[in-house]
Design a protein around this ligand. Structure first.
Ligand code: NAP
Length: 312
């Protein structure tokens, strides 16, 4: 049994917290909002509720931690949105014990470098997940889709924490260690960079891409030189097939970017397409189609407070 501190109790964090509590782990929820900014409805929740994949209802009582409790955190699982990572973690600088591993679990890429600078001694693990989760209210969550969760080392000290992923595997539908986590992040990034903006702009489900294969092909084609530089030797058709397979497997789902745009929330575009464009720029690689998607989504998304002032 471990004592997990979940940081970012939204859809994914709420379900992860529920799964860990159900497997017998101690779960605390950390908030680093200044007290005056903690949303009123989540100030004193006594009981969190969640529904598992079979529709079974569970309840659990987590402890609530604030920045002042950071010295007691022994394992930190960060499940905020990618653009919230820096702002949320800044108050922990100099407060979090150096031995505490940080597990980052979000879509998109680009937070790692800052976390390494801000917490240079802490073991860092980087993760991705394809589980589906919904936040029904501040205190209610639903596990909507089973998926795979992969973690790998973000720094040398992270390698010593492989065992913690075996612990996660006892609670989640699947969790495993990968020595090639960067490649796995890139695979997810490519899928997100195509499905998310296309469906967000059309307002349609992922399945709508099954009739838009030519656009998927053109977007994959633009990515090929960058993917080759990243060390992938998969042919272009294989990337197209992967994207189309995910669109088919999640045909009735609305992508998170589509849902964020509809709800008027900031999107993760800066860490998905934005990350790709920032990687491509110094290599002199031009990606006009991805740039168009980036511009169109950015134009329609509210600005996230945090580090989204990238120049592209
Ligand atoms: N949901 C899914 O099915 C799913 C699946 C795979 C991957 N992901 C990825 O997982 C990440 C999280 O997604 P999500 O859907 O769970 O987002 P979400 O529901 O918006 O959850 C993020 C949570 O972090 C909280 N937070 C932000 N700053 C905080 C702080 N300083 N202290 C404490 N809590 C803070 C937010 O609180 P406020 O809402 O009050 O700001 C929110 O509850 C994203 O990168 C997403 O793409 C999600």
């Amino acid at each position: 049994m471990k004592h997990w501190t979940l940081f970012g109790c939204g859809a994914l964090g709420g379900v992860m917290a529920g799964l860990l509590a159900q497997a017998g782990h101690q779960v605390s929820l950390l908030r680093t909002f200044p007290p005056q900014q903690v949303p009123q409805e989540v100030k004193h929740p006594l009981l969190l509720s969640w529904w598992d994949l079979e529709g079974q209802h569970h309840e659990f009582n987590p402890d609530f931690l604030q920045t002042k409790d950071a010295a007691n955190i022994s394992l930190l699982l960060v499940t905020t949105k990618v653009y919230q990572v820096q702002v949320a973690m800044e108050p922990l600088i100099g407060q979090l014990p150096e031995a505490t591993p940080i597990l980052l679990l979000h879509n998109g890429m680009g937070t790692e470098a800052w976390v390494k600078r801000a917490f240079p001694a802490n073991p860092l693990l980087i993760g991705i997940t394809s589980n589906g989760a919904l936040r029904l209210s501040a205190e209610e969550f639903r596990h909507t889709g089973s998926g795979e969760t992969w973690f790998g080392a973000g720094n040398a000290a992270g390698n010593d924490w492989r065992g913690v992923v075996d612990v996660l595997a006892q609670a989640l539908p699947h969790a495993a260690w990968s020595d090639e986590i960067r490649m796995k992040q890139w695979e997810k990034l490519v899928i997100n960079a195509i499905i998310n903006p296309l469906t967000a702009l059309s307002g349609e489900t992922n399945g709508s891409l099954l009739t838009r294969q030519e656009e998927v092909e053109a977007l994959c084609h633009e990515l090929m030189p960058l993917l080759q530089r990243e060390g992938f030797n998969l042919p272009e058709e294989a990337w197209v097939s992967r994207v189309m397979a995910v669109a088919a497997a999640t045909a009735s789902n609305y992508s998170s970017m589509q849902q964020d745009l509809v709800a008027g929330r900031p999107t993760e575009i800066d860490y998905i397409t934005g990350y790709i464009l920032r990687e491509a720029q110094p290599l002199g690689l031009h990606m006009p189609l991805h740039q168009q998607l980036y511009d169109a989504i950015s134009h329609r998304s509210p600005i996230a407070s945090g580090i989204s002032n990238f120049s592209i």
